[in-house]
Write a protein that binds this ligand. Structure first.
Ligand code: SF4
Ligand code: SF4
Length: 473
């Protein structure tokens, strides 16, 4: 490459001055990353906005109640019109399985995009450092100058504002988390009037301290040293996984620009270290894939801007697979990658299971248990008696009135139960009942009968249960 650049097009001193004292982080120091505009930066702001659901979701009302509520004391999960009870918890398990496998599938396709764009640790850290750089300087030099400056009213007020904002976000995070588990509006009232439950205060305290310390002080240290996913991600990669990567063949041998000229004996990398400076975990992507890389693409934006300034094509750092960079082969399409196909199959199975669960979710559940001790009793008039436990679960939002009955066994009569029974919303009412049958009807040791539970106000949700009747013959 032999290309003399016009001095008006490039200011070499600015490129290098910005990050002149930057160092590569090996996980031992807190990083304040330089912020640069670019398409991946814009994408990150967009994906981060998904977290607004976390803050605003609990205030959504549906039919006069909180639309989404994990009601632990009531042992139910409310999702708009749907209420899931512990009996249907398998659907939540399948939903969790779906998201776990989705994470694995996305990682095998595009690396740790969850870390780079969605993870609460990186998102909160990004917001905290955004506040910090606005108040204390948006370049390393300005930040260092601020840090070393003598205490003044201006410095104290800036530090105070920073920590106040950090604490406000941490508190809001704590309240928002707790609000998914109780009535959100009532929770605010209870906090302000110091009437919140002990559990609500503990959640608030844990999340406030955790957010403030993790996002404000530990930052990328959490990714380096605490997060298990950073250790696991390697097993989900293959040679077709697309990751931010440095094209060493094009970039090396690297060398600093001299007098605004590109050296024909050097590669495209002008060793400006801007890619290191913008990295939220402070690593040098030019050294290859490292566990500190959260696949955020900030270094791509940074390097593209340098390529623009030096009139070189973009893409020295880009999303590319190992195959593309090192074997000059095309990345395999998704449908030809066994790992992706296996993950997709599990995803489909989990999704089908959840879909089936929602489609067949009943509003009442009726169970009849035949008591075994004794199996039957012969009464003085010769009739045979069996004992049963009836359990009716009301999953509707209202109380229901239920009338129990039996059919399918001639001469059988039901005893020990009132004409109708009121079952409160979300409750199970267990009942001990007796069934008597004249002895001449019990010509076998085992007969079949059906218990019915008719809901007076809504016969459509009435249910029945097939059971057995035991006799001596
Ligand atoms: S190396 Fe690039 S993609 Fe990886 S974390 Fe740093 S800035 Fe993000
Ligand atoms: S890879 Fe790009 S941003 Fe990084 S040092 Fe080289 S030229 Fe600069």
């Amino acid at each position: 490459m032999s290309e003399q650049l016009k001095s008006a097009e490039i200011d070499v001193s600015t490129i290098y001055a910005d990050v002149s004292d930057w160092h590569v982080n090996a996980g031992g120091a807190k990083v304040t990353a330089k912020r640069m505009a670019g398409r991946f930066r814009r994408l990150k702001w967009f994906t981060m906005s998904v977290w607004l659901v976390f803050f605003l979701g609990p205030y959504l009302r549906w039919n006069g109640k909180q639309a989404v509520l994990f009601d632990i004391p009531g042992r139910q999960f409310n999702f708009f019109d749907i209420t899931i009870y512990p009996q249907d918890i398998w659907m939540l398990s399948l939903t969790l399985l779906f998201f776990a496998i989705l994470l694995a599938a996305v990682t095998s396709i595009a690396g740790r995009v969850f870390c780079g764009y969605f993870c609460f640790q990186t998102v909160w850290t990004d917001v905290y450092t955004f506040i910090e750089t606005r108040l204390e300087g948006d370049t390393p030099q300005k930040a260092m100058k601020f840090k070393n400056a003598p205490l003044s009213a201006n410095k104290i007020s800036r530090i105070t504002v920073k920590h106040t904002l950090w604490l406000a976000i941490a508190l809001l995070t704590g309240v928002s988390f707790a609000a998914w588990f109780t009535d959100a509006y009532q929770l605010w009232y209870d906090y302000f009037h110091l009437q919140a439950s002990l559990a609500a205060w503990i959640v608030l305290g844990m999340f406030t301290v955790g957010t403030y310390v993790f996002a404000g002080f530990m930052r990328e240290q959490v990714c380096f040293w605490l997060c298990p996913y950073a250790r696991l991600q390697g097993v989900m990669y293959d040679q077709d996984t697309v990751l931010p990567a440095y094209d060493a063949e094009r970039g090396e041998p690297r060398g600093k620009l001299k007098k605004a000229a590109l050296d024909s004996n050097k590669g495209s990398c002008i060793d400006c270290k801007v890619c290191v400076a913008v990295c939220p975990t402070g690593i040098d992507i030019r050294k290859g894939q490292q566990e500190g890389c959260i696949t955020c693409g900030m270094c791509i934006d940074a390097c593209d801007s340098i390529m623009d300034k030096t009139n070189q094509p973009r893409g020295l750092i880009r999303y590319a697979s190992y195959k593309e960079l090192h074997q000059k082969a095309e990345t395999a399409p998704l449908y030809k990658r066994p790992r992706v196909l296996i993950y997709s199959s599990i995803l489909m199975m989990a999704l089908s299971g959840v879909g089936y669960g929602f489609a067949t979710l009943s509003t009442t559940e009726f169970q009849v248990i035949h008591n075994r001790e004794p199996l039957f009793v012969m009464l003085s008039d010769g009739s045979i008696q069996n004992r049963y436990t009836l359990k009716m679960l009301n999953k509707t939002p209202e109380n229901i009135e239920v009338q129990y009955g039996i059919n399918g066994l001639e001469g059988a009569t039901l005893h020990g139960v009132d004409d109708s029974v009121i079952i409160e919303s979300g409750k199970v009412v267990p009942l001990q009942v007796l069934v008597r049958v004249p002895s001449e009807q019990v010509d076998e040791s085992l007969k079949h009968l059906t218990f019915t539970a008719e809901v007076v106000s809504n016969p459509d949700i009435s249910v029945e249960y097939h059971s057995i009747f035991m006799g001596p013959k």
